[in-house]
Design a protein. Structure first.
Length: 265
């Protein structure tokens, strides 16, 4: 047993340490970049929509309230992540993506002005190099966020996807912007990025048949975040991203809760 004096000193040290814990984050604001999941959540025309079923919601016989639900959802719908294996055989599944690719600094490239007049616009290498001419080279380890402005249309399927048709007829009628495959290849070949996110339903534009941007990015183990919300609230530089997918063992993707931290200047 500790002597009384030693015990007093130990207790004093514990209390002093507890009262002087360093702050985990500097002052700033958090921004939720995730759409919620509901019956209105947008999915690919061939995917089953999100379904939430009530197991229990009410007072129990013992006098307390209890609620529980079960949900069913495709991996790729709403705000979600594409794991490399989605388009690259033998590459990482969603549970194998390193946290260092999901948490880190971000830059945002806003091309919404160009896209306003062209639903089928593909973000070019020139769009990226023009951004760099103003803000400097994309830093190593960056999460690249692409803002098209389409997040404002959520959850209107016609405005967001170009159609509300289902099945293969719906796929044929998709019209929304994306990243040009040449730009995706340039990013993985010329820059050392961690991930890419976009505020549309796919990193490839709606009329893509070969999904070249998926192949280029995922084939180089660069995960993709799709249907990212509220990018207009994210500054061009200086943001930290935390993107946490459901850890589905062997999954090709999953729902994603992604947030941005913007420190005060």
């Amino acid at each position: 047993m500790l002597p009384k004096r030693a015990l007093t000193l130990l207790l004093s040290l514990v209390l002093t340490t507890a009262c002087h814990k360093p702050e985990t984050f500097t002052a700033g604001k958090w921004i939720d970049l995730s759409h919620d999941f509901s019956s209105k959540t947008i999915y690919w025309p061939t995917a089953e929509p999100f379904v939430l079923k009530t197991v229990s919601a009410g007072m129990t016989k013992k006098g307390y309230y209890y609620s529980a639900y079960q949900f069913c959802a495709a991996e790729h719908g709403g705000t979600h992540i594409d794991a490399p294996i989605h388009f690259a055989k033998g590459h990482r599944t969603v549970d194998e993506i390193p946290l260092t690719q999901l948490i880190g600094p971000a830059i945002k490239i806003d091309v919404s002005d160009k896209i306003a007049a062209n639903r089928d616009y593909q973000i070019s290498v020139d769009d990226v190099t023009v951004w760099e001419s103003s803000h400097g080279q994309i830093p190593d380890g960056s999460i690249v966020l692409l803002q098209t402005g389409y997040g404002h249309y959520w959850p209107n399927k016609v405005k967001y996807l170009g159609t509300e048709k289902r099945g293969f007829k719906g796929v044929a009628a998709l019209h929304f912007p994306g990243l040009d495959p040449a730009s995706a290849q340039w990013l993985v070949g010329k820059r050392k990025i961690s991930a890419v996110g976009i505020d549309t339903a796919s990193i490839d534009y709606g009329q893509s048949k070969l999904f070249g941007s998926h192949v280029a990015l995922l084939g180089n183990d660069i995960p993709v975040f799709e249907n990212v919300a509220s990018l207009d609230n994210v500054p061009t530089t200086g943001t930290q991203i935390i993107a946490m997918p459901m850890k589905i063992k062997g999954g090709s993707g999953s729902p994603l809760r992604i947030v941005a931290f913007v420190p005060d200047k």
